[in-house]
Design a protein around this ligand. Structure first.
Ligand SMILES: [Zn+2]
Length: 400
């Protein structure tokens, strides 16, 4: 069967179901009153820091500044399809916004965007504000268990970058070993509730280089507040806890999802994480965002380590161009194409739909180029499309 270039592939991809390896979807009630202005502010486009503005001139200036950025590009294309007033321009702005607010009066609208428009079979949900939560929608979300607070929280009052801490009322481990036992029990309980992965966003808190466990140094930090612990001992505590998490994840066959790249840029380079991948060969590491901007380092890790998954989640939004390049490269080097994943990494249905459109765009370009360049048969490209839209994510996060 042959597809007619990029357009033909887009048509094929559009009708396929999808599965997302990673997202942070907000509770339904938080979408109440979601206007275009608010969406632009709380989406990745808002991270650019360009004021959205209120007058026609301010909105035009906003669009002129951010209009080429791919966070904005795909959000604009998404709202055009979802609300029927075209892409975001000064002329269409208010009509899009009013249609969006009206649609979100129905609290089910957000989840329907995911199930019916994104056509998700499921999404792996990282509710970092409530680790392990599936938003009471187990039909749609399979939760990941965020471990940042355990790694960063060496004592009462010490939190991760989201303010998370395991030191809640009634939590009083007397020793580091008791703390690690409580961590293990918490992960086991999360799995019993349906968690399918561990999630580390530690690249926003610290370096992703984890030294060999030093129990003595970690013990000096345990149970103490930030002001009475040296940065070296605090880091050693995190090293010990993270190594233990990798062991537990291997024993429970839980993939460890690891944010690499961006975050605290200087400490997030994928190669810094290689020693951990090598130390735990029976633990699967799902490496996020292609380690952008170091997408080729993820290619090297994918080539060399059977326990690595290369995950393009978020990348088509960060840089659509880099995602096309990364997918080409990973298909070249992956020992199995089953090890390449994708996820939306979004908070809202509108942005998730844009992320799906971006992923379709990337797949359509890569597959049509590989077929026309003779690197891949059309029949194989079709099977790859199904794997990359949903099959690989389903296989990676299947429990039991
Ligand atoms: Zn994320």
């Amino acid at each position: 069967m042959s597809r007619d270039g990029v357009e033909g592939w887009l048509g094929y991809l559009r009708q396929l179901p999808a599965a997302s390896s990673h997202c942070h979807h907000m509770q339904a009630d938080q979408h109440n009153g979601l206007s275009l202005d608010r969406l632009l502010n709380l989406s990745y486009a808002g991270w650019c820091g360009v004021p959205v503005g209120q007058t026609a001139a301010e909105r035009q200036s906003y669009i002129d500044q951010i209009g080429a950025n791919t966070y904005f590009v795909w959000l604009s294309k998404a709202v055009a399809e979802l609300y029927g007033h075209g892409e975001i321009t000064v002329a269409s702005w208010n009509a899009i916004s009013e249609a969006m607010v009206a649609a979100h009066e129905d609290p089910g609208h957000h989840f329907r965007l995911l199930s019916q428009r994104c056509r998700y079979r499921f999404a792996v949900q990282d509710s970092y504000w409530d680790p392990g939560s599936d938003l009471d929608r187990p039909d749609l979300f399979r939760p990941a268990y965020r471990i940042n607070s355990w790694v960063m929280g060496h004592g009462p009052g010490v939190t991760d970058h989201n303010g998370g801490t395991p030191w809640r009322e009634g939590f009083s481990p007397a020793t580091l070993e008791e703390y690690l036992a409580a961590l293990e029990a918490a992960i086991e309980a999360a799995v019993a509730r349906g968690c399918v992965a561990i999630k580390s966003a530690l690249a926003y808190d610290r370096t992703v280089a984890f030294d060999q466990p030093d129990m003595e140094a970690a013990g000096r930090a345990f149970g103490r507040g930030a002001s009475s612990v040296s940065p070296e001992d605090a880091q050693a505590f995190g090293d010990v806890v993270f190594h233990r998490i990798c062991l537990i994840a291997g024993r429970l066959s839980l993939p460890v999802q690891v944010h690499l790249g961006l975050g605290i840029l200087r400490g997030s380079r994928p190669m810094l994480f290689e020693p951990v991948i090598a130390a735990y060969p029976t633990t699967v590491f799902d490496l996020f965002h292609c380690g952008y901007p170091w997408v080729d380092e993820i290619g090297g890790l994918l080539h060399n380590y059977h326990n690595v998954r290369a995950d393009l989640c978020w990348l088509p939004l960060i840089s659509t161009t880099a995602a096309v390049r990364a997918l080409h490269e990973y298909l070249d080097v992956a020992p199995s194409a089953d090890r390449i994943l994708w996820g939306d990494d979004c908070w809202t249905g509108e942005e998730a739909y844009g992320a799906r459109m971006a992923w379709e765009h990337v797949l359509a370009h890569v597959l049509s180029e590989r077929v026309s360049d003779g690197l891949c048969s059309a029949a194989l490209a079709e099977r790859l499309a199904e794997r990359l839209m949903s099959g690989n994510v389903e296989q990676c996060f299947e429990r039991g």
